[in-house]
Design a binder for this molecule. Structure first.
Ligand SMILES: [Zn+2]
Length: 75
């Protein structure tokens, strides 16, 4: 049998705990990173009247500002 001191056993226990903790964090991080939050058809634009930022569809020529309800042309 391998003789291990209390300090070595505690150190091994903490190292294994940290390893599996970081492994689960890495897996969950890679899963959430693969999801796209912004679709390629949307772009971040600002309203020319109230300067409020909003997401506008790239395919439409005229956007409606959600905060002041004014219509903005595509730039
Ligand atoms: Zn506006």
């Amino acid at each position: 049998m391998i003789k291990v001191s209390v300090h070595t056993a505690l150190l091994l226990y903490m190292a294994l705990f940290l390893f599996f903790y970081l492994l689960t964090w890495l897996i969950s991080h890679l899963k959430t990173r693969s999801k796209k939050i912004i679709t390629p058809y949307l772009t971040l634009t600002t309203c020319s009247f109230c300067n409020a930022p909003y997401l506008a569809n790239l395919e439409k020529k005229v956007h409606k500002c959600p905060s002041c309800n004014c219509f903005n042309k595509k730039m």
